[in-house]
Design a binder for this molecule. Sequence first.
Ligand SMILES: NC(=O)c1ccc[n+]([C@@H]2O[C@H](COP(=O)([O-])OP(=O)(O)OC[C@H]3O[C@@H](n4cnc5c(N)ncnc54)[C@H](OP(=O)(O)O)[C@@H]3O)[C@@H](O)[C@H]2O)c1
Length: 246
Amino acid sequence: MSEPRTALVTGGSRGIGAATVLALAERGFNVVVNYLSRAQEARQLARQAEAQGVRALAIQADVSDYQAVGRMTEQILAELGGLQVLVNNAGFTQHARLEALLPADWERMLAVTLSGAFYCAQEAAAAMKRAGWGRIVNLSSLRALTGSDHGAHYAAAKAGLIGLTRALALELAPEITVNAVAPGYTLTEMNRQVFAQQGQQICAQIPLGRFAQPEEIAALIAYLCSEQAGYLTGQTISANGGIYLG
Ligand SMILES: NC(=O)c1ccc[n+]([C@@H]2O[C@H](COP(=O)([O-])OP(=O)(O)OC[C@H]3O[C@@H](n4cnc5c(N)ncnc54)[C@H](OP(=O)(O)O)[C@@H]3O)[C@@H](O)[C@H]2O)c1
């Protein structure tokens, strides 16, 4: 039997990332749960993933820190022997209109969302090329496609990820596929407050009438990481309940 492949999920400690860690572990990947601050959640999730008979690590690293991403990759290669799948999922949101956005807000958003994805992809692609096989999935957003009237930095960074996806798809073919997923409203901590305050109003605008569960987004990501998705690259796939049909 061939060695299990290893998947790194950035921001894997909760929400869509945590659901993706479990979906990939169920499919036989060794998994790495990257996190920023929630060590306990990340370690617990790694133990849960191990129950699927795979190996799992929890690694703290701020993806916006180039050196930290390098150290994380070294640890993965030393402990698990390779890296074949990268899910660039780490992210955060901040509701602020243009006049309230500070340069530091803008810079932090781009550093985590866009530079973080670039740093991780650069490290991972080198390992994937050595393996002759790889999958990269970038978490974009509905907001990249529709814009946003309360988060220009978030919409811009998520749209940047679509450009990064297309560029890397061209550059890393044919061994490595690179795709993006653009979720709509998904029930995680990121938008719990929005859901509590405006849930009914938002659901009324969604043709499927509800928010997504993180597991539904994770299933799409896991498919894009599979052998079967081998002819898909450079695409941005929306999972948004039909709220935007572009
Ligand atoms: N939820 C939605 O409706 C929705 C819609 C469209 C797109 N998305 C995108 O999907 C992805 C996951 O969203 P989510 O709702 O699951 O988010 P979430 O529940 O808020 O979780 C965010 C994750 O990112 C990690 N993280 C944040 N900053 C980081 C950094 N600098 N370095 C490393 N890890 C970092 C957090 O780690 P800690 O736990 O350690 O803090 C956590 O694991 C994000 O990129 C988000 O923009 C979400």
